[in-house]
Ligand binder design. Structure first.
Ligand SMILES: NC(=O)c1ccc[n+]([C@@H]2O[C@H](COP(=O)([O-])OP(=O)(O)OC[C@H]3O[C@@H](n4cnc5c(N)ncnc54)[C@H](O)[C@@H]3O)[C@@H](O)[C@H]2O)c1
Length: 185
């Protein structure tokens, strides 16, 4: 019985947290737009930029004048994001690069390409994520491995690749897109 009460309490708690952030986000959208950070001199790396939220984030930063680097394993989706950005904001410096976040060597290789071709990244948006949405016993091992590789381990490799210059510049932001679903685990 007490475990049911605990679960119900957790659901209520998570729901209240969600409501709080929704109201906060609405307030920011309506009232705080004017003090938005100037990102015109920022080089922003967005993982999982080939669709969904990543594409939306990339387009928003392009709107604000940032240089955007699009990383995704889905080359076609990534190119489509680039196309949309250039259609709406033709002067944007936008780079689309194919990366498999499950592969540490691929991350390091393309990070080197970023440094050579674009410069020092000043903002990382760890957005790429995979969700299987199945009970543990129904998920195949490969999917479990991929979930951890993309959603967790890749963050360490990406950070290792770009943190040094950020520290040297004493400037940088690291953002991780998570999910309120994590509260229910
Ligand atoms: N959509 C939602 O309702 C929701 C809710 C909560 C949290 N999120 C989180 O927001 C983030 C974005 O979600 P979304 O709905 O836009 O997802 P999405 O599936 O539309 O986009 C994820 C992107 O990540 C890319 N990706 C997957 N594996 C990759 C790999 N190995 N290497 C490189 N790129 C890879 C995919 O190709 C895809 O373009 C995820 O981290 C997700 O967990 C989403």
């Amino acid at each position: 019985m007490s475990s049911i009460v605990a679960v119900v309490f957790e659901y209520i708690q998570a729901f209240l947290i969600l409501i709080y952030y929704w109201i906060k986000a609405l307030g920011s959208t309506l009232f705080v737009q004017k003090i938005v950070k100037n990102v015109e001199n920022d080089i922003i790396l967005i993982t999982g930029a080939g669709s969904g939220l990543g594409r939306g984030i990339a387009k928003r930063f392009a709107y604000y004048g940032a240089t955007v680097i699009l990383w995704d394993v889905n080359e076609k989706g990534n190119e489509e994001t680039k196309r949309q950005i250039l259609a709406d904001y033709p002067r944007t410096k936008v780079y689309s690069m194919k990366v498999d976040l499950c592969d540490r060597n691929d991350i390091y290789r393309v990070a080197q390409q970023v440094r050579n071709e674009v410069g020092d990244v000043t903002m990382i948006i760890n957005n790429a994520g995979v969700v299987s949405g199945k009970p543990l016993l129904d998920i195949d091992d490969v999917s479990i491995q991929r979930t951890f590789d993309v959603n967790i381990i890749a963050h360490f490799w990406v950070l290792k690749a770009f943190l040094g210059p950020m520290l040297a510049l004493n400037r940088g932001h690291i953002i991780t897109i998570a999910s309120s679903a994590g509260l229910f685990g």
